[in-house]
Structures are given as C-alpha cells and as structure tokens.
Ligand binder design. Structure first.
Ligand code: UGA
Length: 435
C-alpha cells in the first residue's frame, strides 16, 4: 500500500515512520524546506526515543521518503493523511483549522484517482465534512472519500503507542474507505487490537472526549492530593485504592503540578468552545481548565513557602522544565508559569533539563542554565523538581545536600520517598503526602 502524510510534526512524522514499519510505502510532505532537507539527511527535528532508528531503517529500505512536492507524493496513493498543526486560535481558544483547510485545497488540486483523505490531526467535529466540501468545491469531479483517524500516541512513548495501541478509531464515510483504512492497520489485527469503525463525527469527538476525560482524571487526583495534605492522607494510596477498581483504572492518577503539553490544554479548551457554541456546555471540563490553569500558577507559591516565605535574593535550583520526561517539548509546560513567578518574586533560577534547555532558553529569559543536575545546586537555597526525568530519580543525596546552602527539596512529581528524604536530612515537600 502507499500513502502520503502531510505534515512532519510530531503526529505526522511518528505516524509516517510507523506506517512504513508496517510495510506501507510512505511519502512525508512538508512546506518547510529546511525541515525536509534535514529529514533527508537523517536528522530528526524532535526528540522522541527510537524515532531516529525507525526513520533510518525505513528510509534505507526504500519505504519512507520526504518531499516538498505534494503532487509527486500523492501519485498512486491509497490514502493521503492530513497531520498538520491545529493550534489554539489566539483570542477564542477554538482550534485553528487554517492549515487543515489549506491542505485540503492542495490535496484537491492533486487528486487523480480514488483516494481516501484522512484527518489524523486532532480536529473539531465537522472538520471532516468541511474538508470534503472544500475538495468538492475545488474539484467537483474528484473520486475520493474522507475518513477520520485520530491519534492517541503520547510524546516520549509515541512509537510503542502507535505499534501497540489500546484501540484504533476510524470514522469512515463509505465501506470502501473503511476497507482501505482496515488494510493499512492490518498488522495490528495480529495483536488483536480493537478497531472502532464509526461515523466521521463520532471519531472526531472520540479524540476530544478521550483527552478531556484524561485531563479531568488528572485534575481530580490533583484536587484529592490537595485534600490529602489537609487531612494527613496519602494520595498514592488513595490512587491505588480507587485505581484497582476496574471501573476507575490505575493510570493517569499521578498527581503533579497540573497537566501541560501540546494536547490536553489545547484540546480541553477547544472542546469547551465547541460545546458552548452548539449550546451544550461541558461544565465539568470548563472547571477542569480553570483548576489546571490556577494550579500551575500556585506551584510557585509552594516553592516560595518551602524557602521560608520569600525567595527574594535567593537561588532556586530547578530540575526539569519540559512538560514531561523524554521530550524536549515546552508547550504549556508548568515550568512556564512557575519559573517566571519565581524570578518575579526576586529569585535567581538555575535550571537543568536533559532535552528541553535549547527550546526553554527562548521561552524562559533570565534563567541560568547548568550542564547537569548537580550543576544547578551549588549554593542554592532550595531544589525544585518540575519534571520526572529518570536521571533525577536516583540523585546522590549526600552530594545534593553538600552542594545546597539549605537542604530543602520541593518535589512536584513525587519521585522521592518522604521517609527516605527525612532520614537523609532534607526538609522535603511533595504533593498530597504526609510529611
Ligand atoms: C496526550 C494523550 O495521553 C495521548 O493519548 C494523546 O494522543 C496526546 O495527548 C495527543 O492528543 O496528541 P501527551 O500530551 O504526549 O499525550 O502526554 P501525557 O503523557 O498524556 O501527559 C500530559 C500531561 O499530563 C503532562 O503534563 C503530564 O505530566 C500530565 N500527567 C499525566 C499527570 O500530571 N499525571 C498523570 O497521571 C498523567
């Protein structure tokens, strides 16, 4: 089989490379000439474990290629995937669909045989129909169907998520399109992956419902964590106690500084706007958005409190600035609220992140960047863990204590044990656990 993938961002590049690993011939297309050149040279523009090897292997096998030319990429394809960005529109929080619709117009100009046009980007309900209308307006004669195939992969474990998904969701407008999509995912039948075939609108909404549900689950446990602190309970035991109930499930009950990243903040807001627009408001998600925004801001106050109520003239060592480990993505990272608030309160912030410092340096002016975790600590009044990178989990605590001016640690990801930290002589605070 043969497909074209429009957009070599996170979703497009990972999906394209993974489909090629399934044996499909994939041509990835992007308008960014520099990016295509780099990809042709084997340079991967994002940090994602395993992606460089996967791309190199499939390029060498002749199944994966990169081009600026959509017409060339669409020759003989069974399907063309739209995997361009759908950022939050400035001002109103709706998803900005200009790149999706732009891609639809360009696809229309290149259609010359039956092709399934698939939206892989996260797009609001109704976008697939609009894509079909755009193509029909430009090319009333074109032979095509549209389909929606939302992606559920997580940054940092994207390849595993694509290769071994819990399910695949396909919204198809005809049996013929559904059949093409099923054939593309044939390798997943071997591992008995459930394939949910549905209407376009249902598939589009399923993606938003999944992300907003997970965001709500995280927000729920974050609020329970705050309550645990007040009543002397342990949030991890509560999470385990409820998560073992199959109706609730164990995953996504880890408390933290609030969810960030390129998806949950954008998708919660977009679904809230869609729901308001059609007169069926999602009050629960409106509240989730509000709580999470406030939570990220409150985290700086925790660090200030741990430093005795003021950070003026003090140095705070920050470990991790990416929104989660195994990524260099800074989008909506809690650090973007926390670090500026500390600087505003008079602190010097010295930080380290294993992958995101290059990106972070553009977004967090005034931060001193260290070469490694220990490099942040010398003479600091406190250390704050903002991202749970593995390399922060097993720090040499004696060395940490010796480098710090005061043995104060604020662990916003709960990667250390309060008893161990007390024994090691730290004044330790974390989320939702008794001291
Ligand atoms: C999320 C979804 O998990 C994917 O299924 C989806 O495909 C993706 O969005 C998308 O729409 O493209 P991602 O944003 O990469 O994936 O990251 P997650 O691992 O879901 O983490 C999101 C945020 O929630 C992070 O800030 C993380 O620290 C936070 N989180 C996650 C918690 O605070 N607690 C948890 O228990 C889990």
């Amino acid at each position: 089989m043969r497909i074209a993938m429009i957009g070599t961002g996170y979703v497009g590049l990972v999906s394209g490379a993974c489909f090629s690993e399934f044996g499909v011939h994939v041509t990835c297309v992007d308008k960014d000439a520099g990016k295509i050149e780099r990809l042709k040279r084997g340079e991967i523009p994002i940090y994602e474990p395993g992606l460089d090897d996967l791309v190199a292997r499939n390029v060498a096998a002749g199944r994966l290629s990169f081009t600026l030319d959509l017409k060339e990429a669409m020759q003989g394809v069974d399907a063309v995937f739209i995997a361009v960005g759908t950022p939050s529109r400035r001002g109103d929080g709706h998803a900005d669909l200009s790149y999706v619709y732009g891609a639809a117009e360009e696809i229309a100009a290149s259609l010359d045989h039956y092709t399934v046009v698939v939206t892989k980007s996260t797009v609001p309900v109704g976008t697939g129909r609009e894509v079909a209308d755009i193509i029909r307006r430009v090319r009333p004669d074109a032979d095509f169907d549209v389909a929606s195939n939302p992606e559920f992969l997580r940054e940092g474990s994207a390849i595993g998520d694509f290769m071994r998904p819990d399910r695949v969701v396909i919204g198809a407008t005809s049996d013929r399109a559904g059949e093409v999509m099923r054939r593309l995912y044939r390798p997943l039948y071997l591992i008995e992956t459930p394939i949910v075939i549905t209407s376009l609108e249902t598939a589009e909404l399923t993606k938003y419902a999944a992300n907003t549900f997970l965001a709500a689950k995280i927000t729920f446990i974050n609020e329970i964590a705050d309550l645990c602190e007040k009543v002397g309970a342990n949030v991890h035991d509560v999470a385990r106690g409820i998560g073992l109930d199959g109706r609730i499930g164990k995953k996504f009950l880890h408390p933290g500084p609030g969810y960030g990243g390129s998806c949950f903040p954008k998708d919660t807001l977009a679904l809230v706007r869609t729901a308001q627009q059609v007169g069926s408001p999602l009050r629960i998600i409106e509240t989730v958005v509000d709580i999470n925004d406030k939570r990220k801001k409150q985290m700086a106050e925790r660090i200030i409190a741990a430093c005795g109520g003021s950070v003026a003239g003090k140095t705070v060592a920050v470990l991790g600035v990416a929104f989660k480990p195994n990524t260099d993505d800074m989008r909506d990272s809690p650090s973007l609220d926390i670090v500026p608030a500390l600087i505003e309160a008079g602190a010097t912030v010295r930080a380290f992140d294993p992958a995101a410092m290059h990106e972070a340096a553009k977004l967090l002016p005034g931060v001193e960047w260290a070469k490694d975790a220990y490099g942040t600590l010398e003479g600091a009044d406190c250390v704050a863990i903002l991202t749970e990178w593995n390399e922060f989990r097993a720090l040499d605590l004696r060395r940490v204590k010796a480098l710090l001016k005061a043995p104060v640690m604020v662990d916003l990801r709960n990667i250390y044990n309060p008893d161990d930290m007390a024994q090691a002589g730290f004044v330790y605070s974390s989320i939702g656990r008794p001291l």
